[in-house]
Design a protein around this ligand. Structure first.
Ligand code: TXA
Ligand code: MG
Length: 391
């Protein structure tokens, strides 16, 4: 890429936003902050630009990108139909962490954005820098999370730099992302059912408040949430041990149904091992925090004895349940009573284990209500389905 934004432009700087918008219009790539995580943007109509996004991320080509818009009006050009329930969800939660999968208007977006599907995922982010950039660019902006495929999503501009420096046109630095986990991806069925393809910043409870409790179908996401790697689809790569970028192993055609009768993932991205730290990660769950702590401490001690560098991801309330020195690197997600704080800090926590060189990491499970559903979804995917039952 010829034009280079100087690294980590300060986002409040309107000149930096104008420069970034010009870069997008010229077919370049720019990472920018959103309220969920940082995205890597490109003009969604420009196939060459979109291909640079896939290349920079090392992303499998069968995984479609979310298109970001500055307002509902932009949908007229992009989609052919909006179900009334979809419209109601947008009215309630845009701008915000909600992506709607809608029927794409043919011939507008690069086919690389939709990965050949006849639908497109669209969202309006709730972040002043993202909105200013989208307005200035004046085009639909395809933007996956700005991480190398398989790595935890970036919640700071420095995470983007760590993963993608040299591969992208630049980064607008807007500080720490507020939500910390990606948007909720939904698809409204013709009968008004809201299929949750990926849990995220908008909770099932919030969807139900608009669409009705009976209309919210969590099964597409839940089918994958606790799926073991072998049941989640033939293309699911092995454990991310050894620093492999797991999702690079994805192959075209991987969206087919698994041979074992489990449903084909409807958000294609959900089938890949994602968000993974470099070390081995397991999620520990059980009937009581005491049981979980005992099971985790025992395994961490054994791991330490065989020479592993250990990590422990816990909730603040449980710190005292672990003997001193249980793990070399202990990271707290904050209080169990404040899941928004856990969401905000989860990806940075996973990256901290990498910085510490952790090779064996255990994470406490949390209840799957509210934002906890998205937190557990990401933890389970980071763990590649490895669960330790403490009971
Ligand atoms: O919060 C977010 O959504 C962030 C920020 C940057 O906006 N973006 C993000 O994009 O997480 P990405 O590409 O990492 O994840 C997009 C997810 C994938 O699971 C993908 O399979 C799904 O959305 N998706 C996109 N288009 C789809 C479509 N037409 N049908 C079904 N799933 C789709
Ligand atoms: Mg992503």
């Amino acid at each position: 890429q010829g034009e280079e934004l100087s690294a980590r432009q300060r986002a409040e700087d309107t000149a930096a936003i104008a420069e970034a918008a010009a870069l997008l219009r010229a077919g370049g790539t720019v990472a920018f902050p959103t309220e969920t995580v940082y995205g890597l943007g490109a003009d969604a109509r420009n196939t060459a630009a979109v291909e640079m996004v896939f290349a920079a991320k090392g992303r499998p080509s069968d995984n479609p990108l979310i298109v970001h818009v500055a307002g509902v009006a932009a949908l007229d050009d992009l989609v052919s139909e909006v179900h009334e329930t979809a419209a109601a969800l947008m009215a309630a939660y845009w701008p915000g962490p909600l992506t709607l999968v809608l029927p794409a208007r043919p011939g507008v977006l690069s086919p690389r954005v939709t990965a050949g599907l006849d639908t497109v995922g669209v969202r309006m982010p709730d972040h002043p820098v993202a909105l200013a950039l989208l307005k200035a660019a004046g085009c639909p902006v395809a933007a996956p999370s700005a991480n190398r495929s398989g790595r935890p999503s970036p919640t700071l501009a420095s995470h983007v730099q760590d993963d993608l420096a040299g591969y992208i046109g630049g980064v607008l630095d807007g500080g720490a992302a507020g939500v910390g986990l990606e948007s909720t991806v939904v698809q409204v069925q013709p009968d008004g059912t809201v299929a949750v393809l990926r849990p995220g910043g908008i909770t099932a409870e919030q969807l139900a408040a608009v669409a009705g409790v009976a209309a919210v179908d969590l099964s597409p996401a839940a089918a994958l949430e606790f799926a073991s790697p072998s049941s989640a689809g033939e293309a699911l790569p092995g454990p991310a041990a050894g620093g492999a970028i797991a999702a690079e192993a994805g192959s075209p055609g991987a969206a087919r149904a698994a041979g074992d009768g489990s449903p084909a993932p409807r958000a294609p991205g959900m089938k890949y091992t994602h968000y993974a730290p470099r070390g081995w990660l397991g999620v520990v769950r059980g009937a009581s925090a005491q049981r979980v702590a005992e099971a985790a401490a025992e395994r961490l001690q054994a791991a330490q004895q065989r020479g592993e560098s250990t990590g422990l991801l816990l909730f603040e309330e449980h710190r005292g349940l672990y003997p001193a020195g249980t793990a070399a690197c202990v990271v707290s997600l904050g209080s169990l009573g404040a899941p928004e704080e856990a969401a905000r800090s989860l990806y940075a926590a996973l990256r901290r284990f990498d910085d510490a060189g952790a090779t064996y990491i255990l994470a406490e499970a949390c209840p799957v209500t509210g934002l906890g559903a998205a937190i557990m979804n990401r933890l389970m995917k980071a763990a590649g389905g490895s669960v330790i039952d403490a009971d």
